[in-house]
Design a protein around this ligand. Structure first.
Ligand code: MRU
Length: 349
């Protein structure tokens, strides 16, 4: 059974796997206040675009659960304050803003209901997002798995697995689905500096699932490709612009360039909630910059001189032209991406 990354406790709080403790400790922690949810997102206790969206939606529920508002307007003002605050936690993954907007819209749709009922409907909306994510990731998995040969080695970056979603994953979902279809899949996992999501999370998650994984340093990717050891690259996404430019974990762009040079297909796997069609190109995607200490003092140990200048963007943007196809729950979007994105996304509800 896949692990649940994040869930609602009926006693009125959120429980989530504290991913900063992995792989050494698998532990659920409770978030009992909106501030704790914000902190959990900011510090990557919960991370990965779809999981951040789920945390945002449940965070809204937590924020209004004990509301004593007497009118809808008062209630909605409280909800908006909570959603606006959660929106300041991390800027790049559009799934957070998508989920917060969905919660605002659910409140508006039900504005005539008594407030106790409205609270329950908002909880239902957040739980629906979780259930939909489980279904969507499995559909992404099925659509992507068909692209893989019966026997192949996939290189992936960061963690776009069960831990980054409700329970199954996008890029790793493709691998799980292929294995479920009987294909023989091996994986190279980039360690993913500076926070090592590949080493700490992807390697752990794939080993839990019994999938053969080999961990490599980020700077080993070119060499394994040159040796002919990689059949395709599959990564997740934090935001995809209308032209197909894709923001994902820093270092993804490097891999796309390398894949092109070595003639290896480069796939992005993402749900439709990761598309931001209001942005024409990736130049408009806000890129989170994180603290210098993540680079100079990873996991509490200083590895660079005190006072050194650091640049630490958490994401980069892979130009659409380097992407072979984007695998979504609605189908596989091939080149030309800017033309095919609306066709596939609008094909079914
Ligand atoms: O900083 P993180 O760990 O939240 O970054 C995560 C990624 O870049 C993932 O690849 C992306 O969110 C897709 S998760 C299905």
């Amino acid at each position: 059974m896949p692990l649940e990354t994040i869930r609602w406790n009926e006693r009125g709080w959120i429980e989530l796997i504290d991913q900063t403790l992995l792989p050494n400790e698998l532990k659920y922690i409770a978030c009992r206040t909106v501030e704790e949810v914000w902190e959990a997102i900011k510090t990557l206790r919960v991370r990965g675009a779809p999981a951040i969206g789920i945390a945002g939606a449940l965070g809204v529920v937590l924020g209004i659960w004990r509301s004593e508002a007497r009118s809808y307007d008062e209630f909605k003002a409280e909800l908006d304050r909570v959603a606006d605050y959660l929106a300041t936690s991390r800027p790049t993954a559009v799934n957070l803003f998508w989920a917060l907007d969905r919660m605002r819209e659910a409140a508006e749709r039900n504005k005539d209901k008594p407030i106790p009922e409205l609270k329950k409907l908002l909880l239902k909306e957040a739980l629906d997002i979780i259930e939909e994510d489980k279904r969507i990731c499995r559909a992404i998995g099925r659509n992507g798995a068909r692209l893989l040969p019966d026997e192949c080695t996939v290189l992936t970056h960061c963690n776009a697995g069960g831990l980054a979603t409700a329970d199954y994953g996008t890029a790793l979902g493709v691998i799980y689905a292929a294995v479920e279809m009987g294909k023989r899949i091996k994986v190279f996992a980039d360690e993913t500096r500076p926070l090592l999501q590949g080493a700490r999370l992807t390697a752990w998650e794939l080993m839990q699932g019994g999938i053969e994984v080999t961990l490599i340093c980020d700077n080993t990717a070119a060499y394994v490709m040159k040796q002919g050891l990689v059949d395709c690259v599959i990564v997740g996404a934090d935001r995809i612009a209308a032209n197909g430019d894709t923001a994902n974990k820093i270092g993804t762009y490097n891999l796309a360039v390398l894949a092109k040079e070595h003639g290896i297909p480069f796939y992005v796997a993402a749900p439709s909630s990761t598309f931001d069609l209001t942005l024409e190109s990736g130049d408009q995607i806000p890129i989170e910059e994180r603290s210098p200490e993540e680079v100079t003092c990873p996991f509490g140990r200083r590895i660079a001189p005190e006072g050194v200048k650091v640049y630490n963007p958490a994401f980069d943007v892979t130009p659409a032209r380097l992407i072979t196809a984007i695998i979504t729950e609605k189908g596989v979007i091939r080149q030309p991406l800017h033309e095919n994105i609306p066709k596939i996304l609008n094909a079914c509800p």
